[in-house]
Design a protein around this ligand. Structure first.
Ligand code: UD1
Ligand code: CA
Length: 457
């Protein structure tokens, strides 16, 4: 196969977003737009992927990391100028170069591969990915000659009133013969409405040099949305959400209300999982078969076992076992490891804690920096007192222990295997295995006192 390269344009500020955040870093389903583009390129076996950076260069580099090389475009003089910055890296190489914008997050690897293939098969020197849409406002128009061949691309702002009626648009995605691309870029001028060096002008330049130009039309205009403002961003979110939800449903996941379910692109869900309305599931989350998530649950970067139920809760960066019952209204914070058949009930917060099989924290508790063994019962309102204002300390509760309601366990402290802590105790010394520990003042009942006090009222 010939050498294949890709150039991703990501140097613009994105003025129309009206944002401090650089345009290509705005997320679609929790993942920056330019990352979606790079994700799709990954499948294409390219010799080199280069991202043109300028505004927000450091942030874009940090986001993409090893998956791309970077070329700095110091001044943003247009898309043609942007591509030209890659000349020192590949300007003299033979091969095919794909150019794609960092603000078209919905393009798929399949479409890009088909574009490459058609370009090579047709022996064209440039192939434009085009589509036909009902409202082409803002896009470059594809102008064809009398024989129906692509003659040039005209930007919206430079178009005549006749050209504005054309519904076939430039998606901003192209394949070029690499050497001819960089030759032609030297001939692009900035004599146009925006005073910019336009990449699409390369098409007309090559056409006039009698090179073969082709178009590859995709029938799904949703895939080629260019996100220039927040309206398009919301549309892209909707399209991607539907695309991902459909795939999960086809794989055997029940999504009760797909319009109100947001699942990120790297989430894996096994069959016979039910996702109730109002869930947001993101990051590298895995949900195993038979689990029920939601309603109204937010999950980020968690592994969730089989037949687990999580209702009206928030969970992040944690491992949750099989047959676990969580919520409603629980908060599982980072670095929690929750074993099988555990119960985490309402208004319980868990952070950096390991809770082993069959233990229960059923109501109104804070469990932070803790190791809880098997078959432990943590009574309602119990708190691990983990922080002295400076440092955090560990609470250990060994297997089969029973912690009565409203206990304070002042860390560092260990409650031994099978021990019992009486309700209302504040414990700051270790409790041996099988011991009963009571740490509260003795109850005193004073006969008839209530009556006497009530008389004075
Ligand atoms: C561009 C195309 C238009 C096409 C549309 C598809 C041009 C001149 N126009 O318009 O024909 O219909 O995309 O979505 O190419 N960028 C740089 N450096 C620059 C300028 C832009 O890296 O100097 C990057 C931007 O960050 C962006 C991409 O290039 O990711 C496209 O630029 P943008 O300003 O969004 O172009 P459009 O006006 O959408
Ligand atoms: Ca754009």
């Amino acid at each position: 196969m010939e050498n294949r390269y890709a150039i991703v344009l990501a140097a613009g500020q994105g003025t129309r977003m009206k944002s401090k955040k650089y345009k290509v870093l705005h997320p679609v389903l929790g993942r920056p737009m330019v990352q979606h583009v790079i994700d799709q390129l990954q499948a294409l076996q390219l010799k080199k992927v280069m991202t043109i950076v300028g505004h927000g260069a450091e942030q874009v580099k940090q986001q993409l990391g090893e998956s791309s090389e970077f070329v700095l475009q110091e001044e943003q003089l247009g898309t043609g100028h942007a591509v030209k910055q890659a000349a020192p890296m590949i300007g003299n190489e033979q091969g095919v170069t794909l150019v794609v914008c960092g603000d078209t997050p919905l393009l798929t690897a399949d479409t890009l591969a088909a574009l490459f293939d058609q370009h090579v098969q047709s022996q064209a020197k440039a192939t434009v990915l085009t589509t036909t849409i009902t409202d082409p406002t803002g896009y470059g128009r594809v102008i064809r000659d009398d024989d129906g061949n692509v003659a040039k691309i005209v930007e919206h702002k430079d178009a005549t009133s006749d050209q504005l009626l054309v519904n076939e648009i430039n998606t901003g995605t192209y394949c070029f013969d690499n050497e001819l691309l960089f030759d032609a870029l030297n001939k692009v001028s900035n004599d146009n409405a925006q005073g910019e060096y336009y990449l699409p002008d390369v098409i007309e330049i090559l056409k006039q040099a009698n090179e073969t130009i082709a178009a590859y039309q995709t029938t799904d205009p949703d895939e080629t949305i260019g996100v220039n403002d927040r309206v398009a961003l919301a549309k892209a979110e909707k399209v991607m959400k539907n695309r991902i939800n459909l795939e999960h449903m086809r794989n055997g996941v029940s999504i009760i209300d797909p319009d109100n379910t947001y699942i990120g692109p790297s989430v894996r869900i096994e069959q016979d999982v039910v996702v109730e309305p109002g869930c947001i599931i993101n990051g590298e989350t895995i949900i195993r078969t038979g689990s029920i998530i939601g309603p109204h649950t937010e999950i980020n970067n968690c592994v969730i076992g089989e037949n687990t139920i999580i209702k009206q809760s928030v969970a992040a960066d944690s491992d949750i076992g099989n047959n676990v019952n969580i919520g409603p209204y629980a908060h599982i914070r980072p670095e929690a490891t929750i074993g099988d058949e555990v119960k985490i009930g309402n208004f319980v917060e868990v952070k950096k804690a390991n809770i082993e099989n069959k233990s229960k924290v059923s109501h109104l508790s804070y469990i932070g920096d803790a190791e809880i063994g098997k078959n432990v019962n943590v009574g309602c309102g119990t708190i691990t007192v983990n922080y002295d204002g400076e440092k955090k300390y560990l609470t250990k509760i060994e297997d089969d222990a029973f912690i009565g309601c409203n206990a304070n366990l002042i860390a560092p402290v260990t409650i031994g295997k099978g021990a019992l802590v009486a309700a209302g105790s504040t414990i700051n010394k270790d409790v041996e295995a099988d011991a009963l520990s009571i740490a509260r003042s003795k109850q005193v009942n004073k006969q008839s006192y209530a009556k006497r006090i009530n008389k004075h009222k």
